[in-house]
Design a protein around this ligand. Sequence first.
Ligand code: ADP
Ligand code: ADP
Length: 227
Amino acid sequence: MIKFESVVKKYPDGTVAVNGLDLVAPSGKITVFVGPSGCGKTTSLRMINRMIQPTSGTIWLDDQDTGKVDESTLRRGIGYVIQHAGLFPHRTIVDNIATVPLLLGWDKKRARARSLELMERVGLDTAFAKRYPAQLSGGQQQRVGVARALAADPPVMLMDEPFSAVDPVVRAELQDEFLRLQSELGKTIIFVTHDIDEAVKLGDQVAVLKVGGTLAQLASPGELLTD
Ligand code: ADP
Ligand code: ADP
């Protein structure tokens, strides 16, 4: 479970990005943060793994106050996927996916075996293992990004518009495969998007944010007021 309790983020220039956010993202479910550009989605997401420090309030990860956990311990349990995958250009696909296991001290053989297993899991041909990111399509790179985030099997995944940079057909494929994977893995996921259709398709629960960083609505996709 991830719980936001009265969370505020005010940037040094005075911008209030998140203004008193209270919500619970249940374990094993996909919670989508949706809303227009500038409503505080990315800020909220990055406060969970402390890439951004809240100005006030608390974010709980199960019974742990994330502000009191050592950052690298915290991040070990949190996979993170961004829009353009953020792969290391000079590392092969298999080595990109193995990044976190290698940081955690796994031996190379085990880390590579895990990478290959994940390539299959996310629907990537293992023949791409020795290629470099620039040799893959945008959709394939996003699959690598998802595989990398899953590599050390973190219970939590933070996903910031992971499928937004690809064309609609590939995007629909990525969404479908993501749902299939999640039905097997049951991660606690926070998924950021500005696309309401994507929110309805993927979310077990949808948090609608509005500019100024407040929660307009927290609903199941079926209950969502679309206006
Ligand atoms: P979203 O992800 O919903 O587009 P963000 O969380 O990126 O929203 O941004 C929320 C608000 O905070 C916006 O007004 C944005 O301009 C502002 N903001 C984001 N990052 C910074 C920063 N480093 N310094 C000042 N303002 C920022
Ligand atoms: P490098 O030291 O080679 O630059 P980084 O430490 O920047 O590698 O990590 C690369 C990527 O792996 C980051 O984008 C981050 O999302 C992810 N990452 C790094 N350390 C961890 C960790 N302990 N847990 C989860 N993800 C991590």
